[in-house]
Structures are given as structure tokens and as C-alpha cells.
Write a protein that binds this ligand. Structure first.
Ligand code: SF4
Length: 311
């Protein structure tokens, strides 16, 4: 779909990944940059001064103009290359205003975040064609502090899953990325999946760490004892896909099957992200967690038409 003149909404670009299974969607990043500081972040090397998030200039005015150019019912993912609930949002409330606009224009919404601040906007999301994707890579608050130093702790994120689910907002949990020797223990992954299932999540989407030189360097600096092993597994023995170093397929499959088995045991939908194993996904489920926004859109549209028909 070619729509000219958009300035803040963009058609989703999977950055040349041949393995992306995302549905067609648009993206909106209210902020440029992100302060969560994840060592493995894929966006940090692309954007100048990434660690100092700032809102896009005149975001809301430009968003309204963009929305007027788009047909209703499209999926808007917020965000793909920054966190919409990066710390300044607590005060600035730009994301909150953007959510109102997106939903008022009849769009479907997928929120992608690592922050429990999303619960502040439950009032906007609960009766809307919206779903939330929350990333949790480990249940260990101390490990998370090392690999995602600026993000809220896993304990807070679990609490957010609980609160959103209790309000009927569908939550997908991204167990992503799984990094060898850091958060790949089967016992801990199983414990993590059990905890998010208990909290009310509906879907798990998992993915292994895909290395780029800058993120490998950050991980090697933070965990010098792992540096050599990570370089060997990724650079020497791994494979290159779409500009990233991947682990060997057999190793990735082992991780994925482990997570999948536990997710299925708990009755959760399952998908992977850019792994090349779409046959392992729950049928009819989108990897990004946006399936639920389709279902809710249908639900609200039928409720509305029923209301219109009633005398
Ligand atoms: S939350 Fe996302 S965008 Fe922000 S630093 Fe972490 S991986 Fe990058």
C-alpha cells in the first residue's frame, strides 16, 4: 500500500529480513531514541544519540494529518525502533495522546514495550481494538539490570501483565532475545513461561539473539567471561542472515522447542520472530501479537452495528 506524504507513520520495514513473518502494518515511534539501554538492542547503532530519547517534533499534529490519509482499520504498531514508554513518557504523555488519536481514527493498535508504565493507559486500551506485547528476557531482576539497565524490572513487568490481563487487554510476552549462557537455562525459561502464563498472558513469541558487531561488543564488555564464546558461536560457527549473525539452526531450534513445549503445556499461543520456523507457530496467530487487535476490532464493530440496529 503506497500512501504518499506520511511524516510520522511509516509502513513497517522488516529491514530486509527474509525471515520476517509480521503481518502488513504501519509503525509509529513517538520518540526518537530510547533510554532502556538494552545491550542487545538492534536499533542503537542506526540512530544518533539513541540513549537520549526525545519526542518527535510536533508529533501529535503530524500524526493527525497522517491518520487522515489512511483508511480505517489498519494496524499501527507502537513502536518498532524505540520504546513508547521510554522514561520521559511518564511526564510528557506523548504516547498517551498518540494512542487516543490512533484509536479515535479507527485504527487497530499494537503496543510493544518493556515498561509497566503501559498500565497507566489501561483506560484507553481496555475497550479498544488494541493488544500489548511486553518483553521479558529473564525473571532475574539482577540479570535484567545488567542487560536492560534502564528498563523496569521483570517483577514490575510481570505485575503489568497481570493488571492488563485482568482488564481484558490481551498480552503477548516476548521471550526475546535468548542469549546463550546468559538467559538460556531451561529451568529458568520454563519458570519464566509459567510465571507469565500465571499472570494472564495469551501468547509467547520467542527469538534468539541475532548479533551485530556493536551489540556483540556491548555484551562482550559487560560479560568479558563470555566474549570469546559468543564470538565463536556467532561469528565463526553461526550463519549470516539479512546483515545479522545467527546461531546455528540446530541450537536455535533447541531453544525454540523448549519454549514452545512449555508454552503449549500452559495453553498459550506460540510464535517465533525471524527464526525461519513458521511451521512451529500456532495456526492463525501472528508472531507480533497483533492477532488479538483483529479479533477485538471485529468484536467492537459487531457490537457497534448491533447498537445501531437496536431500536
Ligand atoms: S527497549 Fe527496545 S528500543 Fe529501547 S533500548 Fe531496549 S531494545 Fe532498544
Amino acid at each position: 500500500m503506497q500512501i504518499k506524504g506520511l511524516t510520522v507513520i511509516r509502513e513497517f520495514d522488516p529491514w530486509n529480513s527474509p525471515l520476517c513473518t509480521c503481518p502488513h502494518k504501519f509503525t509509529l515511534n513517538p520518540y526518537t531514541g530510547c533510554a532502556h539501554g538494552c545491550l542487545y538492542c538492534y536499533a542503537r547503532s542506526y540512530i544518533k544519540d539513541f540513549d537520549h530519547p526525545r519526542p518527535k517534533k510536533d508529533l501529535i499534529g503530524r500524526l493527525i494529518k497522517d491518520l487522515r490519509k489512511l483508511p480505517e482499520g489498519l494496524l499501527i504498531s507502537m513502536s518498532e525502533s524505540s520504546d513508547p514508554y521510554t522514561p520521559p513518557e511518564k511526564v510528557l504523555r506523548i504516547t498517551r495522546e498518540a494512542i487516543k488519536q490512533v484509536l479515535n481514527h479507527g485504527m487497530r493498535l499494537l503496543i510493544v514495550t518493556k515498561s509497566d508504565l503501559v498500565t497507566r493507559d489501561t483506560d484507553l486500551l481496555k475497550d479498544a481494538p488494541a493488544s500489548v506485547s511486553i518483553t521479558i528476557t529473564t525473571l532475574s531482576d539482577s540479570l535484567a539490570k545488567k542487560i536492560e539497565p534502564g528498563a523496569p524490572s521483570p517483577t514490575r513487568r510481570l505485575q503489568a501483565i497481570k493488571e492488563l490481563s485482568q482488564e481484558g487487554i490481551p498480552v503477548t510476552v516476548r521471550v526475546d532475545p535468548i542469549i546463550p549462557e546468559l538467559n538460556d537455562s531451561s529451568e529458568e525459561l520454563i519458570e519464566l513461561i509459567d510465571a507469565v502464563a500465571e499472570a494472564g498472558a495469551q501468547q509467547i513469541t520467542t527469538s534468539t539473539y541475532k548479533a551485530r558487531w556493536d551489540s556483540l561488543k556491548r555484551l562482550g564488555n559487560a560479560f568479558p567471561e563470555l566474549r570469546e564464546k559468543l564470538y565463536r558461536m556467532y561469528v565463526n560457527e553461526g550463519i549470516k542472515v539479512g546483515g545479522y549473525f545467527y546461531l546455528q539452526a540446530k541450537r536455535r531450534l533447541n531453544y525454540i522447542m523448549m519454549v514452545r513445549e512449555e508454552a503449549m503445556k500452559k495453553g498459550l499461543a506460540f510464535a517465533t520472530c525471524r527464526e525461519g520456523f513458521p511451521q512451529l507457530h500456532t495456526p492463525g496467530i501472528y508472531c507480533d501479537g497483533s492477532t488479538y487487535s483483529y479479533l477485538r476490532k471485529t468484536l467492537y464493530s459487531s457490537r457497534q452495528s448491533k447498537l445501531v440496529k437496536e431500536p
